[in-house]
Design a protein around this ligand. Structure first.
Ligand SMILES: O=C([O-])CC(=O)C(=O)O
Length: 166
């Protein structure tokens, strides 16, 4: 599937960039997973070093959506590993963006999803179930809300209030 390229989106919709309806995240992510480029409607999670809600959401049908996890930027444990990435693939998620860490990089790189994260970390997270679903999150200098559209490719990651097409 071919997605609108992020650079093309920025070039084609300068008014949306100016208005803030199209927002580019700071270039802070590492790229993992088979899909170098992915896009889809966003589902958000806000949590800290606890990934119970990640599994809960990935167990639901992805239907091409992108899970955006605001893990508070923690680089002290992993919020997604090989099992969760495989689950995401099998449930039809397009991708996962993590403001935090992942682990089992080799397994994740074998999965047919796109993943962006700050880094890898071998330690697993807590399993208490703390966190919030479907709240607006602040990642990489931009606000991301449930229902926004996210586009990721080799050039970067952007979010848009609406689906973009040229
Ligand atoms: O379960 C976890 O905490 C993350 C993980 O290792 C996996 O998804 O395989």
């Amino acid at each position: 599937m071919a997605y609108l390229a992020t650079a093309e989106a920025c070039d084609s919709f300068p008014a949306l960039v100016t208005s803030g309806d199209l927002r580019v995240l700071h270039p802070m992510f590492q790229t993992y997973g088979q899909r170098r480029a992915f896009a889809g409607p966003v589902v958000t999670l806000k949590l800290f070093e606890d990934n119970v809600l990640v599994r809960e959401l990935l167990e639901t049908k992805g239907e091409g959506r992108v899970l955006v996890i605001d893990g508070g930027g923690s680089i002290r444990c992993a919020l997604v590993g090989g099992n969760l990435a495989l689950l995401a693939q099998n449930m039809g998620w397009a991708g996962i963006v993590v403001n935090g860490c992942i682990r089992d990089v080799d397994e994740i790189n074998g999965c047919d999803i796109g993943v962006r994260a700050l880094a890898s970390h071998p330690l697993k997270s807590n399993k208490k179930g703390n966190g919030e679903k479907h709240v607006s999150v602040h990642i990489g200098g931009v606000v991301i809300s449930d229902g926004d559209w996210l586009y990721a490719d080799s050039d970067g990651v952007l979010v848009s209030k609406t689906e973009l097409s040229v």
